[in-house]
Design a protein around this ligand. Structure first.
Ligand code: ACO
Length: 278
C-alpha cells in the first residue's frame, strides 16, 4: 500500500482547512504562525460578540481608540498625533460625530470584563456622508489648532473633493467607513474582517447604495478589497508635499499610499444572505 498517496489529500487539503478554522494563519513561508496559537488559546472566538454602538458606548469606544487607533494608524503615527493612551480632542470629536449616526459596530470580549463591562476590542465607526459635508469640514480645518490633525484631514478632504464619488455615482448620501481599529493584542484573528462584513450588512439594511472608505495602510486596503470594495482613487504619500517639496506625512513602510475605496450595493435579500455567508 502506498501510504504517501493515501495521506496526501489529508495533508494538502484537509489539514490547511482544519488549521484555518482553528484560527491559524498561513505566514509568508507557508508555515502556520505559532504566535496565533497562543492568542487563540487566550481569546477564543466564542467569547467575541459584535454589537451596534450607541451614544452610551462613546466613552468605552474612545478609550479603546486612545489605546490603539490614535497611536497606531499609519497617518496618525506619521503626524505624531498622540502617544498611546493619550487623548486627542479633534480626533475624538470626529469619532463621536460618527457614533451619533448609529451605524457603527464594535467587537467586545465577553470574557474580559472591566468593572463589570465587557472589553471593547475592535470598532468600525461608520458615518453618513452627504454632498457638501467634506467641503464644510475642510473649511473648518483652518480653525483647528492641532497641526497633526490638520495635515491628515487636509490630505483626506482635498483628495475626496478632487475624486468626488458623489459626482460619479449620483447618490444623495453615502455610508462612510471612517475608522477601523482592533486592539493590538487581538489582531490577526479576523476581527477587522468581521467588522467590515457587518458594516456592509448595516449599510444594506439601511438602504445605502454606496459605501466608501479611505484606507490608509496596506492591511486595511486588503481587508476592504476582500469585501468587494474597489479602488476609486489613490494618493501616494511621497506626493503629498509642502511648497518646498518636503513630504508632509512621512508614513512608515510598508504603507505607501491612501486608497479611496467604494462599494456599490444593489439591494435584495438574496445578495444580503450571500454577504452574510462570506
Ligand atoms: N500583517 C499581515 N497581514 C495582516 C496584518 C499584518 N499586520 N493585519 C491584517 N492582515 C491581513 C490578515 O492576514 C487578513 O488577511 P486574510 O483575510 O487573507 O486572512 C486580513 O488582513 C484581515 O485581518 P484581520 O485579522 O481581520 O485584521 P485585524 O483584526 O488584525 O485588524 C487592522 C487589522 C484594523 C488594520 C489593525 O491592524 C489595526 O487596528 N491597525 C491600526 C489602525 C489602522 O491602521 N486602521 C485602518 C486605517 S483605515 C480606516 O480606518 C478606514
Amino acid at each position: 500500500m502506498d501510504f504517501r498517496r493515501l495521506t496526501q489529500p489529508l495533508v494538502q487539503i484537509a489539514l490547511p482547512q482544519i488549521l484555518k478554522h482553528a484560527g491559524f494563519q498561513r505566514s509568508a513561508t507557508g508555515i502556520p504562525r505559532f504566535k496565533n496559537f497562543i492568542t487563540i488559546r487566550r481569546y477564543s472566538y466564542s467569547s467575541m460578540e459584535y454589537k451596534m454602538i450607541g451614544p452610551e458606548h462613546c466613552d468605552q469606544v474612545l478609550e479603546h481608540l486612545r489605546r490603539n487607533f490614535f497611536a497606531d494608524e499609519p497617518l496618525n503615527k506619521a503626524a505624531g498625533l498622540c502617544q498611546n493612551g493619550s487623548s486627542c480632542a479633534a480626533l475624538e470629536s470626529h469619532c463621536a460625530e460618527a457614533i451619533l449616526d448609529r451605524m457603527s459596530v464594535m467587537a467586545v470580549d465577553a470574557k474580559e470584563q472591566e468593572q463589570g463591562v465587557c472589553k471593547v476590542v475592535g470598532v468600525v465607526l461608520n458615518g453618513i456622508l452627504k454632498p457638501g459635508d467634506t467641503a464644510k469640514a475642510l473649511s473648518k480645518l483652518d480653525t483647528n489648532d492641532d497641526a497633526g490633525f490638520r495635515k491628515i484631514f487636509d490630505l483626506l478632504h482635498r483628495h475626496n473633493l478632487k475624486y468626488n464619488l458623489f459626482e460619479h455615482f449620483d447618490v444623495a448620501c453615502m455610508f462612510d467607513v471612517r475608522i477601523l481599529s482592533v486592539d493590538s493584542s487581538y489582531r490577526g484573528q479576523g476581527i477587522a474582517n468581521e467588522l467590515v462584513k457587518r458594516s456592509v450588512a448595516v449599510a444594506r439594511k439601511n438602504g445605502f447604495r454606496l459605501l466608501k472608505a479611505d484606507a490608509t495602510g496596506i492591511f486595511s486596503q486588503k481587508i476592504f478589497r476582500s469585501h468587494g470594495f474597489e479602488v476609486f482613487s489613490e494618493q501616494p504619500y511621497s506626493k503629498y508635499t509642502d511648497v518646498d517639496g518636503r513630504v508632509i506625512l512621512p508614513v512608515e513602510a510598508p504603507h505607501i499610499k491612501m486608497q479611496q475605496l467604494y462599494k456599490a450595493i444593489c439591494g435584495g435579500a438574496d445578495q444580503d444572505e450571500k454577504e452574510q455567508s462570506r
